[in-house]
Design a protein around this ligand. Structure first.
Ligand code: PSU
Ligand code: MN
Length: 309
């Protein structure tokens, strides 16, 4: 066997590295939502606000991306500018894309799957985002199932999100999470949230009512599924920012039609749908999206703080 080329460790910012070394709370944040989920301008504002919310709750934010082929944990202001600049042309990186992107020295924004993999390697166990990827409608024909699900099953990271979008097959997504032994915790809810809406028609298997309970469940699960213990904490969008159901249903129907008409596939499906929601709702969906991300970041920080006790 020949010698293997050296693969470098992630570049961890000094602030994040110090927090990890001292056992203080750190919250990982993804960059696909910035580069491909929110429009230019707004994305940079959201990036700053989300980090501030994490700080206000007593944790250190670590936004993650791959820049010049180097996974970066804890982007600085200039790196955040770059991720949020459409002219920088970042590609979307799921876990399967990390190897090639690193090897070829590329720039990319990481999905939940990509971010969780890098976070775990850096020793960060709590992660906040907007929505998790899932099983797409019609997956029986298209086989379109987000890698987020498989990665969560194998990666010891808590993902705090507002459930999955109703553009997905929520029932099938929950079934796959059950098969994968990923605990799904509803935060102060008995129903699994549907991103823009506080409730889907599906129940959560477990409910927790404060960050302490959530942290205890994560710690106990980690002890019994070491090394592969992803957990999902599903936090509904704050009630005052929930989308009107009629508007939601109309956007959804139009969005699904658009996908079929344009024959959109693969990694483009989620960004195209998001863009449709933002454009067709005149920005209403953007406010909902921003507020749920802020709420998830705050909760993730609170749970991360509990986990350090
Ligand atoms: N769902 C959202 N907003 C997002 C995403 C999902 O409501 O921005 C992004 C996340 O980065 C997620 C990814 O990990 O899309 C899933 O993409 P795919 O379905 O191609 O696996
Ligand atoms: Mn997909």
């Amino acid at each position: 066997m020949g010698t293997q080329p050296q693969v470098s460790d992630p570049q961890v910012s000094p602030e994040v590295a110090a927090a990890i070394a001292e056992g203080r709370a750190v919250v990982a944040l993804e960059s696909t939502i910035l580069a491909h989920g929110l429009p230019p301008g707004r994305n940079r504002e959201v990036a700053a606000r989300v980090e501030q919310v994490v700080r206000d709750a007593g944790a250190v934010p670590a936004t993650i991306a791959v820049l010049d082929g180097r996974p970066v944990v804890g982007l600085d202001d200039r790196q955040l500018d770059r991720v949020c600049d459409p002219a920088a042309g970042l590609v979307k990186l799921s876990r399967r894309d990390l190897g090639p992107a690193i090897a070829l020295g590329r720039d990319g924004a990481t999905t939940v799957a990509g971010t969780a993999s890098i976070a775990a390697r850096a020793g960060v166990g709590v992660f906040a985002t907007g929505g998790l990827g899932g099983v797409h409608r019609g997956a029986a024909d298209s086989w379109d199932v987000s890698a987020d699900l498989g990665v969560l099953a194998e990666t010891p990271v808590l993902v705090v999100c507002s459930g999955v979008k109703s553009v997905l097959d929520i029932g099938a997504t929950l079934e796959l999470l059950e098969t994968s032994s990923v605990p799904v915790l509803g935060y102060r809810t008995d129903r699994f949230p549907a991103f823009y809406l506080r409730e889907s028609e599906f129940d959560v298997p477990w409910r927790v009512d404060d960050p302490k309970q959530a942290a205890a469940a994560v710690a106990a699960h980690r002890a019994y599924a070491p090394g592969q213990a992803g957990v999902l904490l599903a936090n509904p969008v704050p009630v005052e920012f929930e989308m009107d159901r009629e508007l939601h249903d109309r956007l959804l129907a139009d969005g699904l039609r658009l996908l079929a008409e344009r024959d959109v596939r693969g990694k483009d499906v989620t960004p195209v749908l998001l863009e449709h929601f933002h454009a067709a709702s005149g920005g209403v969906s953007l406010d909902t999206n921003e507020q749920l991300v802020l709420s998830n970041a705050k909760l993730a920080a609170e749970v991360a703080v509990e986990l350090t006790r």
